[in-house]
Design a protein around this ligand. Structure first.
Ligand code: ZN
Length: 260
């Protein structure tokens, strides 16, 4: 190991000298045919020795930086939907068909951002939809998301965190879903921007995302929009299903990530 390191340093030093032609290498005079042979060999040897001794201190290790403080848990209002034995069995059957594992549990690696095509004050309607457990895409259970963030910043939790919700094809077993109350308007990008500029709502979303990231060690690159779900490295679906939703466009997710 030590010899390899030393020889590597010599090669590196020589290459750097001949390429850049700076400092010590200039005095070696590779191209100086006028220089006497004795003088040129005498000049070449010392720089390599110096380079070896210089590099020894760089092998010392520096202590890793201290971990950042954990973000506090935001205020969360528990308003759980009915998720009894029947719905749990339907979720497990769904997971078996689409992910090959019969489970109603989620193992979060990703956070998926959504908005629902609903206006101010429409949270009760969204909650009722999640609670209704109606077939979606011809399959049960019905759709849901772990959290809904209203426009006034209230965070409503819909199911216990350990439970899977159907909110993004290919990721439900690996993703926490966050719905935000927002009308579609003229485009998904426009809708994303409304949320990004609505202070109470986006503040709560950011606090919730930060807390979930710390709790489940989720990298910021895995905080994605529903519109990005098919491209996630965690995406998988044995039935060949794909998402066709456009909520939370990539450029808007990047803007949100910069505020995390
Ligand atoms: Zn969505």
């Amino acid at each position: 190991m030590r010899r390899l390191l030393v020889s590597g340093v010599i090669v590196a030093a020589t290459m750097a000298g001949s390429a850049a032609g700076c400092g010590v290498a200039q005095s070696a005079g590779d191209g100086s045919t006028a220089a006497a042979p004795a003088a040129s060999t005498g000049a070449k040897t010392p720089p390599t020795t110096t380079a070896v001794t210089d590099t020894v201190p760089t092998t010392t290790t520096t202590p890793p930086p201290p971990p950042p403080p954990s973000p506090p848990k935001p205020a969360i209002t528990r308003d759980l939907i009915r998720y009894g034995a029947r719905r749990q069995a339907e979720t497990a059957a769904y997971a078996r068909r689409h992910y090959g594992v019969s489970t109603d549990r989620v193992h979060p690696r990703v956070i998926v951002l959504h908005f629902t095509d609903s206006g101010p004050g429409s949270y009760p309607g969204v909650h009722a939809l999640f609670d209704a457990n109606q077939p979606n895409g011809g399959e049960l259970p019905g759709v849901c998301a772990q959290f809904v963030v209203d426009q006034d910043g209230t965070i409503y939790q819909q199911v216990p965190l350990k439970l899977m919700c159907r909110h993004a094809i290919g990721l439900n077993d690996r993703a926490i879903g966050i719905e935000m109350i927002q009308q579609q308007g003229i485009s998904s990008h426009w809708a994303d921007q409304q949320i990004l500029h609505r202070r109470p709502q986006i503040r709560s979303v950011l606090r919730l995302v930060r807390w979930l990231q710390a709790r489940y060690h989720i990298a910021t690159r895995n905080v994605i929009g529903h519109a990005m779900a098919n491209d996630s490295p965690f995406f998988h679906d044995l039935e060949g299903w794909r998402n066709d939703h456009t909520d939370w466009q990539r450029e808007d997710v990047l803007a949100l990530r910069r505020r995390l």
